[in-house]
Design a protein around this ligand. Structure first.
Ligand code: HEM
Length: 503
């Protein structure tokens, strides 16, 4: 009996110590004299992960808005016992993302090049390994390289319109996100891996299956993420694969297969694989370190993660807004038809980049619905916040709410209104820099930005030329966001009515 009492006492003391520790930790920002939002529970300012309504994305936006109402340049929040620093003022955001980048050069995500090689991709790397990889990959994404890939992406758009045509015979209200994700997976498969995925025709296409798996969090990783959330220090010592062995084998085998085939058959294609092969050749000629097959596979893997869902979700939100804003849809269609006329009936890379209204509509979509609703950094050495006496300590996580900035009425009056006019040159000029950051900013800005925009603009061009999009009685204008997804998505399927246009 006394053993049970003894163990119970130990448990009570342990729980009390944890509660006292969390309470003491949740005074960190008060001790630092930084404005903070008082946590209402032991979970801190990010809600109870078992009852999520907002998730980190929208909790961060709420915190941004609270600090904004207080009129403070920055503030502190808590993830249970862990203090998180939030810059609010765009000048401060600029210092963290760009000017003083050397203090904040990592995203702080775990990776292990030896045990889990695909986790060592550009997004996760930090320090010198990030810098070296970024330098090697930058030439892959120049506008010249995008121009060479333009027709490959355009070819992936044709089955998209054919598929919608075929589906319209069966149903006039379609799940637009699902259809578009077939297109984005086909473009990634074709441009990154040099394979024809056929997602529209083959519902069981292998690449499509893996593409969808990439954005899903496995149950094992969910448990790991929870431990990391509750006890970040313990999380650092637990090794859990970020990328499953099955996925690792699939990506490495695919890359190796394409490399071997192209080398033996002397095939040259205009895609990322070709550019990786050229990097390898150049490095060998200059006797420099080239990528290993694992390193290439890791970068190809992040290209799937980065390029698949972000573009699909942006196009879904864009078409949803156009369905409810017919005059914007008509104006964009007029620009598309004009571009076709001047291109003698076809779309060219230059024609696409010259479409000003298309650019405004895409930017307004990325403003209202930033696919990555926040940016994160880790402070890598003690940093004195400019024009204050405050020092951010090494190891402190930084959270920048893109969603908060993009919905801040000081920069975007009436922020819920979908208004592409906000992105005309004259208006952009008067907005402070670092208030529009859908692709991040500074040296770690999204490397695939040009490719992502090309994917989106080509598909929207083809779709609006052939179809009219209208609201469906199966969806509402106000969308409810899914709290747990990494990329901004909706809780319910977005359905739109689609009508075929006669040319
Ligand atoms: C609409 C499309 C896209 C959006 C909105 C988007 C957004 C972002 C954002 C917000 C970041 C973090 C930047 C930061 O921390 O400052 C990022 C990083 C990254 N993105 Fe994208 N992305 C898109 C498309 C793509 C595509 C198509 C690819 C690859 C083909 C890609 C690959 C990457 C990579 C590798 C990084 C890490 C860069 C680094 O840390 O150096 N993204 N993206």
């Amino acid at each position: 009996m006394w053993v049970i009492s003894f163990l119970l006492s130990i448990l009570v003391i342990f729980i009390l110590t944890c509660v006292l520790y969390i309470k003491w930790s949740q005074n960190y920002w008060a001790r630092k004299k930084i404005p903070y939002i008082k946590p209402t529970s032991l979970w801190g300012n990010i809600e109870n992960p078992f009852k999520q309504k907002l998730g980190v994305k929208l909790s961060a936006k709420e915190a941004y808005m609270q600090f904004k109402r207080q009129g403070v340049p920055h503030g502190g929040i808590y993830k249970i016992a862990e203090p998180v620093y939030m810059p609010i003022n765009p000048e401060l955001i600029k210092s963290i993302l760009a000017k003083d980048f050397s203090y904040f050069n990592g995203h702080g995500f775990p990776h292990d090049a030896k045990k889990d090689p695909l986790s060592a991709h550009l997004f996760n790397l930090d320090g010198d390994s990030w810098r070296n990889t970024r330098i090697k990959l930058t030439p892959v994404f120049t506008s010249g390289k995008m121009k060479t890939m333009f027709n490959t992406v355009l070819d992936c758009g044709k089955p998209l319109t054919q598929h919608i045509n075929a589906e319209l015979g069966k149903n006039k209200s379609l799940n637009i996100h699902e259809i578009i994700s077939f297109y984005t997976i086909d473009t990634i498969g074709s441009c990154v891996f040099g394979v024809e995925c056929n997602s529209f025709k083959d519902p069981n296409a292998e690449f499509k299956k893996f593409g969808h798996q990439v954005i899903k969090v496995s149950p094992r990783n969910k448990i790991y993420n929870f431990i990391k959330f509750v006890a970040p220090t313990i999380g650092k010592f637990i090794h859990v694969r970020r990328v499953s062995l099955e996925m690792e084998r699939f990506v490495i085998n695919m890359i190796q297969g394409v490399f071997d085939y192209r080398k033996s058959a002397k095939i040259v294609r205009k895609d990322f694989i070709q550019l990786f092969m050229e990097l390898e050749k150049k490095a060998k000629a200059n006797k420099e370190d080239s990528f290993t097959i694992q390193e290439i596979a890791a970068q190809a893997y992040i290209f799937i993660v980065g390029g698949f869902e972000t573009a699909a979700t942006t196009m879904t939100f864009l078409l949803h807004e156009l369905a409810y804003n017919q005059e914007i849809q008509e104006k964009l269609r007029n620009e598309i038809r004009e571009t076709l006329r001047s291109g003698n009936g076809s779309l060219t890379y230059d024609g696409m980049t010259e479409m000003k209204y298309m650019d405004q509509v895409v930017n307004e979509t990325l403003r209202k619905y930033p696919p990555l609703a926040f940016l994160n950094r880790i402070c890598t050495k003690d940093y004195k916040v400019p024009n204050t006496d405050v020092t951010i300590n090494k190891g402190t996580p930084i959270l920048i709410s893109s969603m908060g900035l993009h919905h801040d009425s000081e920069y975007y009056p009436n922020p819920e209104k979908f208004d592409p006019g906000r992105f005309i040159k004259e208006k952009k000029k008067y907005r402070p820099s670092f208030t529009f950051i859908p692709f991040g900013e500074g040296p770690r800005i999204c490397i695939g930005q040009r490719f992502g925009l090309m994917q989106i603009k080509i598909a929207i061009f083809l779709l609006l030329n052939d179809f009219k999009f209208l609201p469906s009685d199966q969806s509402n204008y106000k969308l409810i966001f899914e709290p747990t997804s990494v990329v901004l998505g909706t809780k319910e399927v977005v359905k739109l009515n689609i009508v075929k246009l006669n040319h």
